[in-house]
Write a protein that binds this ligand. Structure first.
Ligand code: 8X3
Length: 267
C-alpha cells in the first residue's frame, strides 16, 4: 500500500460487529456530527468517524462503546477523500449510512465586503466536500443496492438572508443535490434525505464569527436554541424507519424561531 493510500487512522480499527450496520459521520469532531456519532453508537452502529482534528476524533473514539474507525481528512481535499475512503479495510467498506455533516459558515458580510477566501471555504467544504465524500462512498452502495445518505442542510438553504448569500447558496445546493441524488439513486434502492436545522447551539457561530465569542453568544441571546442532540434525534428517527420508508426531509427549528430571520427573544 503506498503512503498516499494509507488511511490516516488515529488508532488501529476494531473489527466491525458484523451483525450491525456501518455508519460514516463526517465532521464528527464537534456539534451535530459528534452528537450524531454518539446517537448512532447508541443504536449499535459500527462507526467511521471523520474530521480534520485527530485529537478530537481520538477523544470521541475513546468513549464510544461500539467498534469504530477514525479517518482524518479534510472533506475539501478531493484526493485525500478519495484515497482515504478507497483504502478502508475491506470489512469497513460496506457503509450503510452516510451522514454528510461536515460544513460551516465563514463570515457574515455583505457581498461587496465579504472575503473571497470565506466564500471559497463554504463552497469547497459545504458543497464540494459533500460531493467528494458521497462519490467515494456511493460505488459500494450501488453495488449492494442499499444505502442511506443523510445530508445536513440548513434553514439557510430554504431562505436567503442578508449577508449570507454564499452560505445560503451552499445550503441551497445541498438541498438540490439531495433531491437530484434521490432521483438518480432511486433505481438502486438508496435513500437520500436532508435535515435542515435552524439555530443550533454549537461552535457554528463561533466559527462564523472567527472566534468572536461575544458576537457568537449574541446569536442565541434570549432564546433556547436547538442542541446538537436535537438534530441527532432527527437522524435517529430517519435511520430507524422501516426499509420501505424514507423520511426525505426534516426542517427542525427551535420553538422561538419561526423562519431564518423571525426569532422571538426575551430579555
Ligand atoms: C445554521 C442556521 O440560521 O444561522 O445553518 O443559517 S442559520
Amino acid at each position: 500500500m503506498s503512503a498516499t493510500n494509507t488511511p490516516k487512522q488515529a488508532t488501529i480499527a476494531a473489527q466491525p460487529n458484523t451483525n450491525q450496520p456501518i455508519a460514516m459521520v463526517t465532521g464528527a469532531t464537534s456539534g451535530i456530527g459528534l452528537a450524531t456519532a454518539k446517537a448512532l453508537a447508541g443504536l449499535g452502529y459500527n462507526l467511521i468517524i471523520t474530521g480534520r482534528r485527530a485529537d478530537r476524533l481520538a477523544a470521541l473514539q475513546a468513549v464510544l462503546t461500539v467498534p469504530s474507525l477514525v479517518l482524518v481528512f479534510d472533506v475539501a481535499d478531493r484526493e485525500a477523500v478519495k484515497s482515504t475512503i478507497a483504502s478502508l479495510p475491506e470489512v469497513w467498506q460496506s457503509i450503510d449510512v452516510l451522514v454528510n455533516n461536515a460544513g460551516n459558515a465563514h463570515g457574515l458580510a455583505s457581498s461587496e465586503n465579504a472575503d473571497l477566501d470565506d466564500w471559497d471555504a463554504m463552497i469547497d467544504i459545504n458543497v464540494k466536500g459533500l460531493l467528494y465524500v458521497t462519490k467515494a462512498v456511493l460505488p459500494q452502495m450501488v453495488s449492494r443496492q442499499t444505502g442511506h445518505i443523510i445530508n445536513i442542510s440548513s434553514i439557510a438553504g430554504r431562505e436567503t438572508y442578508a449577508n449570507g448569500a454564499v452560505y445560503c447558496a451552499s445550503k441551497a445546493a445541498v438541498d438540490r443535490i439531495t433531491t437530484g441524488m434521490r432521483i438518480d439513486l432511486n433505481p438502486h434502492n438508496i435513500k437520500v434525505a436532508s435535515i435542515a436545522p435552524g439555530m443550533v447551539d454549537t461552535e457554528f457561530s463561533l466559527v462564523r464569527f472567527k472566534g468572536d465569542a461575544e458576537r457568537a453568544g449574541n446569536v442565541y441571546k434570549g432564546l433556547t436554541p436547538l442542541s446538537a442532540d436535537d438534530v441527532a434525534d432527527a437522524v435517529v428517527y430517519m435511520v430507524t424507519r422501516p426499509a420501505h420508508v424514507n423520511i426525505a426531509d426534516i426542517l427542525i427549528l427551535p420553538t422561538a424561531q419561526a423562519s431564518a430571520t423571525v426569532v422571538k427573544r426575551v430579555g
